[in-house]
Write a protein that binds this ligand. Structure first.
Ligand code: UFG
Length: 330
């Protein structure tokens, strides 16, 4: 398949581009490089660096590259910032995505794979989380992702679009060969920050809240490897041949880990001591989020290869150890 990967130079997108190529597909990358890294994509893959909301240029690529399917990873994803600057999130995550979809429909491209999030559920009443749970996001980031999901449903019925929306839990890890990995600026995610505390690049890791109603008082999350996430995106291609299909899948391992367990696992994998301090809760953090991904397993044959947190952390560590400053080291 000729696949346009929007946000293909970002963390999850760049891992997916690799897998697409390994699986014999032809990826073409569109990334405005606001958060993406040019070095994350092999130099012989067609690369366009402009904004996904640029209707005319997107339409041109779709025609020129004879694109059959679009995967969309490009989004602003800082939950806290989405609360203080929601305009930025609605503009990029919703309005620009609508422009992309318009360019697709106007050019007869009717297959779409969308990066959604477990943040569309808000604070779940039941765990593990099934796709059928009510969706009630508690921040603009989650809301913009849900708004796109709703657009996709309507576009599918009205215009024959076939789509899959994957609701990710906590993406983690890095390519097995250590050549690409996570590089956010600023970094807010737990595992890379714990590495920085282990290596002395930061004084300590702050544990946000120790009084949650969880076994050790810290938040539980479902960390799922980026390569496992990517595999699901490719496994859905066959299904999207059917017109007007709308699919939603949770992607997580189903095994939650607490913040303390992550710190311990990093110590175990790296052999380094991790200094930590316990601080107040971070606003907007639900106590526990973990997936029931049975639907993806049954319908897509999705099999998780990184089944334990040590293997996920080991892959992330291989990247981080050699590239403590991310892609500026490579
Ligand atoms: N945490 C700390 N200290 C830190 C950073 C994080 O204790 O310095 C804790 C958080 O409180 C949370 C856990 O570690 O309990 C994981 O935090 P991350 O920031 O790594 O990830 P989140 O669970 O907050 O966010 C992820 C995605 C978001 C998505 C969200 C859905 O990164 O894009 O899941 O809930 F919106």
């Amino acid at each position: 398949m000729k696949v346009l990967v929007v946000g293909g130079a970002g963390y999850i997108g760049s891992h997916c581009v690799r897998q697409l190529r390994d699986a014999g597909h032809n990826p073409v990358v569109l990334d405005n490089l606001v958060f993406g890294h040019r070095q994350a994509v092999a130099s012989d893959i067609p690369f366009y660096d402009f904004d996904l909301g640029d209707y005319d240029r997107v339409a041109q690529i779709l025609k020129h590259e004879k694109i059959e399917i679009v995967m969309h990873f490009a989004a602003f994803a800082y939950v806290g910032e989405s609360v203080t600057d929601p305009r930025k999130y609605y503009k990029n995550n919703l309005v620009a995505t609508l422009r992309l979809l318009e360019a697709m429909l106007d050019n007869g491209v009717k297959k779409f794979v969308f990066s959604s999030t477990c943040a569309t559920y808000g604070e779940p009443d039941t765990l593990p989380m099934l796709e059928s749970l009510p969706q009630a996001p508690i921040n603009p980031y989650g809301q913009t992702k849900l708004d796109v999901e709703n657009c996709l449903k309507a576009f599918s019925q009205a215009y024959g679009l076939s789509f899959a929306a994957f609701r990710y839990f906590n993406a983690a890890g890095a390519a097995q060969d250590g050549s690409i990995g996570e590089d956010h600026n600023p970094e807010t995610h737990l595992i890379p920050l714990v590495f920085d505390a282990a290596t002395g690049r930061r004084e300590n890791i702050k544990i946000f809240g120790t009084d949650y109603s969880t076994p050790d008082g810290t938040c539980l999350r479902d960390y799922v490897h980026v390569d496992d996430l990517s595999r699901a995106h490719i496994a859905v291609f066959d299904k999207l041949k059917q017109p007007s299909l709308g699919l939603f899948y949770n992607l997580g391992t189903g095994r939650p880990y607490s913040v303390r367990e992550i710190i311990n696992a990093v110590q175990e994998v790296t052999g380094l001591n991790v200094p930590f301090v316990e601080v107040d809760r971070r606003a907007g953090d639900p106590p526990a989020l973990f997936a029931d991904s049975t639907k993806a397993q049954k319908e897509l044959g999705w099999q998780i290869q990184y089944t334990n947190i040590q293997s996920i952390i080991a892959s992330a560590w291989k990247w981080h150890k050699s590239n403590p400053n991310g892609f500026s080291d490579s």
